[in-house]
Design a protein around this ligand. Structure first.
Ligand SMILES: Cc1cc2nc3c(=O)[nH]c(=O)nc-3n(C[C@H](O)[C@H](O)[C@H](O)COP(=O)(O)OP(=O)(O)OC[C@H]3O[C@@H](n4cnc5c(N)ncnc54)[C@H](O)[C@@H]3O)c2cc1C
Ligand SMILES: NC(=O)c1ccc[n+]([C@@H]2O[C@H](COP(=O)([O-])OP(=O)(O)OC[C@H]3O[C@@H](n4cnc5c(N)ncnc54)[C@H](O)[C@@H]3O)[C@@H](O)[C@H]2O)c1
Length: 465
């Protein structure tokens, strides 16, 4: 390993130099493949390989959602003439199914990297100068750096929160016992998914949401339908602020002020899910020469270049989407660009789809109708109920729909929004069409949709445009 010396406060400090340093072994770890194997490389990961998605995000939540869906499906079967009951929820077995599979992966991933000649540092890194990092007691530098340090839950300013054992998405999946009741502060992705998980498995749920609806960033029609359906199962307090919390042996007592006046919500457990913030505040980006935006994200261009040549950034630390498929796409672009400096490419797509794996599922891409109206963008709208299709009949569905917005001039798609079973899958042909610039007419009329598959509702929404 090449060592360089650097003057620091009159002292000479040994600096270990690499070709490539990756900060964060979440999406960052996916950068390293055979094409980069010739480089002297270090990975810095103070926590667990796999990052948020594997250890405390997408993957464990969706494994828990599968259990919740099984319970919901059993309870809902009566409408099809099949009476079933959920006899027992074995939380420990559910939790072990998830984490017995996930937990060994950190050690094996770390060992794999070391076996292939990558140095692994297990402490937090921070910049001390452009392309120079302090990692614990070591100082390292690199020609090329990928910053993929991710994000963490925002902790809201609620009086007394410090003094109670509240959970965030980082901790709640590893609890020992199912809570009899759960109060969730926040009304976004995490509230929706954990409300579904713990609600379906038997907890009584109260959601305290600052906004006027749940999932407020969705198309208003979807957000309204989702709020209405959730309020049938859970207690939903809207336009509500948690102002104070205190704990006792039975759990927590949250004081809530909102449109329904002031009230106290009691619950055995509390989950705080009011958004995530980038981990850049712990990185001393100023010392590293990295520009940040007003939300603390590292400023990158469409090729994922930062303000320092040779330093790239991806994922939750750099983009506002905070979605794993976006981080993965950025990593692929960075790998290409590192290997082909003469052929630097931009991220191919700027429209990021997302899905919320709750009950019912919600999936979306592109413009919402309220955005189109607010921005004065001419648009056509088509809404089709699942109930109008054979598959909707099969499900006895009465609440799910597909909504598509198209450009009246060239009939390309502007946005698509689905609420209902399999929404995350049903939206895929619309993502494809939007990304590839295909018109609504082409994908409606030149493509056959299998009868009577769920996708027929997408076909019908397109044909009605
Ligand atoms: C509960 C939950 C469910 C989610 N579900 C989905 C989903 O279904 N679909 C989806 O697309 N997205 C989902 N997400 C979002 C998704 O997990 C993130 O967008 C994605 O994991 C971000 O990847 P990343 O590599 O940017 O960050 P991370 O995966 O968080 O990786 C960053 C790594 O950097 C390390 N690090 C931090 N600071 C430093 C430092 N100073 N030096 C070195 N290393 C550092 C951290 O320890 C971490 O391991 C979910 C998130 C949560 C919380
Ligand atoms: N399926 C997925 O892709 C998935 C699942 C979970 C998380 N995520 C990612 O994680 C991110 C964070 O999720 P999240 O749910 O924490 O954030 P979010 O941004 O989705 O929602 C936060 C919600 O909390 C509300 N809120 C904010 N401050 C509040 C307060 N003090 N009191 C009450 N309500 C308050 C907001 O109105 C908003 O509705 C998401 O933006 C998403 O990118 C993705």
């Amino acid at each position: 390993m090449a060592n360089r010396s650097e003057a620091s406060g009159g002292m000479e400090t040994d600096v270990r130099h690499y070709d490539l340093v990756v900060l964060g072994a979440g999406s960052g770890n996916m950068l390293l493949n055979d094409d980069l194997a010739h480089l002297r490389t270090a990975v810095v990961e103070p926590d667990r390989f796999g990052g948020t998605c594997l250890n405390r995000g997408c993957i464990p939540t969706k494994m828990l959602v599968a259990a919740a869906d099984a319970a919901t499906g059993a309870r809902a079967a009566a409408r099809l003439g099949v009476t079933a009951t959920v006899e027992k929820v074995d939380w420990k077995a559910i939790r072990e199914r998830v984490f017995d599979r996930i937990d060994p992966l950190h050690d094996s991933a770390q060992r794999y990297r070391r076996r292939h000649g990558v140095d692994v540092y297990a402490e937090e890194a921070r910049f001390v100068a452009p392309k120079v990092l302090q990692v614990g007691s070591e100082r390292i530098s690199a020609d090329t750096i990928l910053v993929a340090v991710g994000s963490r839950p925002v902790v809201p300013d609620i009086a007394g929160l410090d003094g109670v054992p509240y959970h965030t998405s980082d901790t709640i999946m590893r609890i020992d016992e199912m809570p009899a009741s759960l109060v969730i502060v926040g009304g976004g992705f995490i509230a929706a998914e954990f409300g579904h998980i713990f609600g379906a498995l038997g907890s009584e749920i109260t959601i305290v949401q600052r906004g006027p609806r749940l999932l407020t960033a969705e198309d208003e029609q979807v957000s309204e339908r989702f709020t209405e359906l959730t309020a049938r199962r859970h207690r939903v307090l809207l336009n509500a602020h948690a102002t104070a919390v205190r704990g006792d042996a039975d759990g927590v007592e949250v004081r809530v002020v909102g449109s329904e006046g002031e009230q106290v919500v009691r619950a055995a457990m509390m989950l705080v899910s009011v958004g995530r913030r980038p981990n850049t505040d712990r990185l001393d980006c100023a010392a590293g020469g990295l520009d940040l935006d007003e939300h603390g994200h590292i400023r990158i261009d469409a090729a994922c270049r930062t303000s320092v040549p040779g330093v790239w950034a991806v994922g939750d630390a750099a983009n506002h989407y905070q979605l794993k498929h976006m981080a993965n796409a950025e990593v692929r672009v960075v790998r290409h660009n590192m290997l082909h400096p003469q052929d630097v490419r931009d991220l191919r797509t700027t429209v990021a789809p997302h899905a919320v794996f709750t009950d019912p599922q919600v999936a979306s891409i592109g413009l919402t109708e309220q955005d189109a109206r607010a921005r004065g963008i001419p648009h056509l709208v088509s809404v089709r109920d699942y109930a109008d299709t054979a598959w909707g009949w099969a499900l006895e569905d009465t609440t799910s729909f597909v909504k598509i917005l198209a450009n009246p001039a060239d009939r390309t798609l502007l946005g698509a929004h689905i609420i209902g079973p399999q929404a995350a899958t049903l939206i895929q042909p619309l993502i494809q069409a939007m990304t590839l610039g295909q018109t609504a007419d082409r994908i409606a009329q030149d493509v056959l949709y299998i009868h009577p598959a769920p996708t027929e509702v997408v076909e019908q929404a397109l044909l009605a445009l």
